[in-house]
Design a protein around this ligand. Structure first.
Ligand code: GDP
Ligand code: MG
Length: 820
């Protein structure tokens, strides 16, 4: 039964109806053809599922997001959201529309000419889109952007959640699914609504209690050509079936509409409520063709997103993990306020990471300030003093560079004495971390300790022999791996090269350093030339000399040093001269720090104090409790060339970023999928337990073996001796303007004999980072991108292309490695 409507429905003539049918047949056959060439440019992806409660198969058609705006392509349809059964369109979304000024065709200037009024400005609701329609037999069809019905391959089923909400809503206004389905079927329409409910999924605006529900914003004809009802009818249709209203305003001219929109942008609200922006409905000039564009308010939504991101970073890695963006000061002020709430509330932290309670926490802060987001943004400039306060709390980074000073020497060259003297001279500038003070296993503790020092001081000396390339390499790697605060352009590496000439066979050097060690006696953490006699100490010293690999400024890893200071360790009081040499070099190299030159007396005093130093730590070497723990486990993509081919087959020149990465040599030289990182332990108890399973049970023996065979090798990746492997599948190429990556699934982890290892992953969105636009952007940015895509359905400025589910996109037998 068709429900009586409070308006006169548009009567579609038989002629028009037939035309629609013919065009639909043509469109669907074109789509079928294009689906075959997926995933090429301009191809369409077909997804088939059955309507809930039936076995009726329905096809959903989805183009690559990027192709809608491509000038080189003409797509057979621009409908975003298109569902068909056989040769009939069942649900039809709006034609893809864009934000004002997103590109030239939608610039204000062009739009003012290419469109005509009246301009209907509808409030843009902020949830997920839902398409509703009916079949001939009275079945109600509820679809999300690209899917309908029950699925077992998704965590959240938007279509099913919206359908439940719809059923409740129909009950409340004494309507049935059949009423709605038959009415829509009879009129040949799709009802387009926004499902907004924080209990299901939080977006940027708050929708709870009364505000939660389905906001009807369109009635589209199920025809290939985009035709849609005026807003008055949409709202009266909505009121019959219990939908929430979509507020709107109408203006005759483009100018009036734009004036209204800019004014609304200044307050970020409409009729007293926060809104994200407006969708403007008008016509293509010279036609009656419906045409849409949108006007999204930048603020306070950019701020809200940043607040959400810094909160997540803070929960996951503490203050030092927080990266600030545009609204650094407000974010600092906000973090200061919310820290106590998060501090003892594990549940709050967990649910926040699960995208629950984001709005509430933000509101708490704005309520406490008694201001709205936009008001706070206006005041941001006056928050400058906060920055110092937050730096004390270890937030963020300063403007000046940070300097990691790495010693290269053998025992007795005066590394520690030089470092101590420098730290004495510049207590506020120079920190000092001694490898000899670090408990075993050392792992990456030297670098993580150095990074901690760099939070408060601009320089740190990493006091260790670093006598081999791998040791130097490990320092660079550890910094790359662990540093999350200092932009890489702001992190400089300086080498204190105590041995510009090879030490082997150098009797002069041997005499000076040996004498010093004898003199030092037991005054060292581990090398005791006193009680146990010089013999053992001599052996250790000789070992370092024999293994020494001199600094080669033009070769990796030494070419990574921004400055190499050559020193001399061969004369009796060489250290005194070395200290002066280092200071002179630092004064001129680190000019951003305005390092003062000490007086002769200050030099002497600092040197004397350093000579008097006695270590307080006593350490017995070679008494390790269990093997060293790696930084992360990963699987190696063995053939980077072929991966690049896969990408290029798929992307085919359509990705601006990928082309840029290629042109600038910023495609990673090797690819991997991180399976679990030791840092992700912090995320939850489950991941912590999972990490323990990796290191303490599944791969414990591997780690022991690695340690036995190569306890000296402290570099990079080591394949697991057990030859465990993983199979992965390439799923989606994703990129924005900063990072390109591939979302993958890790399908199986198994031993050399083929038996399964049931281990999960510590990463929600396993991926291969392909490259980042510049050094400032860390590969970890892939996580943020995938989070935006998968958790928030973000599409703006994002390109996603699906890999075909095929043999060649399944990479099998990839070796698992541990990265130290
Ligand atoms: P490291 O093994 O490279 O860290 O060497 P240290 O800095 O510990 O120096 C070894 C020993 O030599 C220590 O007892 C220092 O006090 C001493 N030492 C270092 N440099 C000099 C120097 O220029 N003159 C003198 N007389 N002793 C030095
Ligand atoms: Mg030392």
């Amino acid at each position: 039964m068709v429900v009586n409507l409070p308006f006169e429905p548009v009567v579609v003539s038989n002629e028009e109806r037939e035309k629609d049918i013919d065009e639909s047949i043509k469109l669907i056959s074109e789509l079928e053809e294009l689906a075959k060439v997926h995933p090429k440019k301009g191809a369409v992806r077909k997804f088939t599922n059955s309507i809930d409660g039936t076995s009726i198969p329905v096809n959903s058609w989805k183009f690559n997001e990027w192709d809608y705006s491509s000038k080189k392509l003409t797509l057979p349809t621009y409908a975003r959201g298109l569902f068909t059964i056989d040769n009939r369109i069942v649900c039809r979304g709006y034609d893809k529309f864009y934000n004002v000024n997103e590109f030239n065709e939608v610039s204000e200037e062009v739009l003012s000419k290419s469109t005509t009024g009246p301009y209907t400005l509808t409030v843009k609701s902020n949830g997920c889109i839902v398409f509703i329609s009916g079949l001939k037999d009275g079945t109600l069809v509820v679809c999300s952007k690209h899917s309908t019905g029950v699925r077992d391959d998704v965590q959240k089923n938007h279509a099913m959640a919206a359908q439940q909400a719809l059923e409740l809503q129909l009950d409340r206004c004494h309507m049935t699914k059949l009423d709605l389905a038959e009415t829509l079927y009879k009129l040949g329409l799709t009802a387009v609504a926004e499902y907004c409910d924080d209990n299901f999924e939080e977006h940027v605006l708050e929708y709870k209690d009364d505000r939660a529900g389905l906001y009807l914003h369109g009635l589209n004809f199920n025809s290939p050509k985009f035709r849609t009802y005026p807003m008055e009818e949409v709202n009266s249709f909505g009121s019959v079936f219990g939908f929430k209203r979509t507020k709107f305003r109408r203006f005759d001219t483009f100018r009036e509409a734009m004036i209204f929109l800019s004014k609304a942008a200044a307050t970020g609200s409409f009729e007293g409520e926060e809104v994200e922006g407006f969708v403007v409905r008008c016509y293509k000039t010279g036609t009656h063709n419906d045409f849409f564009f949108k006007f999204k308010f930048e603020e306070p939504y950019l701020l809200y997103r940043e607040l959400r991101e810094v909160t997540k970073q803070f929960i996951q890695g503490g203050p030092q993990n927080v990266h600030f963006g545009k609204h650094k000061l407000i974010c600092m002020d906000y973090l200061k306020y919310i820290m106590p709430f998060l501090h003892d509330n594990e549940k709050l932290r967990q649910s926040y990471l699960d995208n629950k309670g984001i709005v509430e926490l933000r509101k708490k802060y704005f309520d406490a300030r008694g201001q709205t987001g936009l008001e706070v943004i206006d005041e941001e400039v006056s928050m400058a003093k906060l920055e110092d306060e937050m730096r004390l709390l270890k937030f963020g980074s300063s403007q000046t560079c940070k300097y990691a000073i790495v010693t290269v020497a053998t025992i007795g060259c005066g590394k520690t004495t030089t470092s101590l003297a420098l730290a004495n001279l510049y207590p506020d500038l120079v920190g000092h971390i001694q490898n000899d003070n670090i408990s075993r296993p050392v792992g990456s503790k030297l670098v993580s300790g150095a990074l901690e020092i760099l939070v408060n001081k601009p320089m740190v000396i990493l006091d260790k022999n670093n006598h081999k390339y791998v040791e130097r390499q490990k320092i660079f790697d550890d910094f790359a791996q662990l540093n999350e605060i200092i932009p890489s352009s702001k992190l400089k590496f300086i080498c204190l090269n105590f041995l510009p000439m090879p030490p082997k066979g150098d009797t002069e050097l041997w005499k000076v350093t040996r004498d010093r060690i004898i003199e030092r006696g037991d005054n060292h953490q581990s090398i005791k030339a006193g009680g146990s006699g010089i013999g053992k100490a001599e052996k250790i010293m000789q070992g370092f000399i024999n293994r020494f690999q001199p600094v080669k400024p033009r070769k990796e890893p030494d070419s990574k040093f921004d400055l190499i200071i050559n020193l001399n360790a061969k004369s009796d009081n060489s250290t005194f001269e070395n200290i002066k040499t280092v200071v002179e070099s630092l004064v001129s190299f680190a000019s951003d720090l305005d390092i003062p030159r000490p007086t002769e007396e200050q030099y002497q005093e600092a040197f004397r104090k350093a000579l008097d130093y006695k270590p307080s730590i006593n350490k017995i070497v070679h008494s390790r409790v269990g093997p060293r723990t790696p930084v992360y486990f990963g699987t190696s993509i063995l053939d980077p060339q072929s991966l690049q081919e896969r990408i290029e087959d798929l992307v085919g020149g359509s990705s601006e970023l990928y082309e840029k990465l290629k042109a600038t040599g910023r495609i990673m030289s090797e690819f991997h999928v991180t399976m679990i990182h030791y840092k992700s332990k912090k995320k939850s108890q489950e991941i912590k337990a999972l990490w323990n399973r990796y290191v303490k049970s599944e791969f414990a023996e591997d780690l022991l073996k690695i340690d036995e065979q190569s306890s000296k090798i402290t570099g990079q990746r080591i394949l697991l001796p057990s030859k465990s492997k993983a199979d992965i599948k390439l799923e989606k190429f994703c990129c924005n303007s900063k990072v390109a990556c591939i979302k993958v699934s890790v399908d199986r982890i198994y031993r050399a004999d083929g038996t399964d290892i049931s281990l999960g992953l510590g990463n929600k969105f396993p991926h291969i980072t392909i490259g980042t636009i510049n050094e400032e952007i860390r590969p970890a940015e892939s996580n943020n991108l995938l989070n935006e895509i998968y958790e928030f359905n973000a599409t703006d400025g994002i390109q996603c292309l699906d890999f075909k589910d095929s043999e060649e996109n399944s990479l099998k037998g990839l070796p698992i490695f541990a990265h130290y």
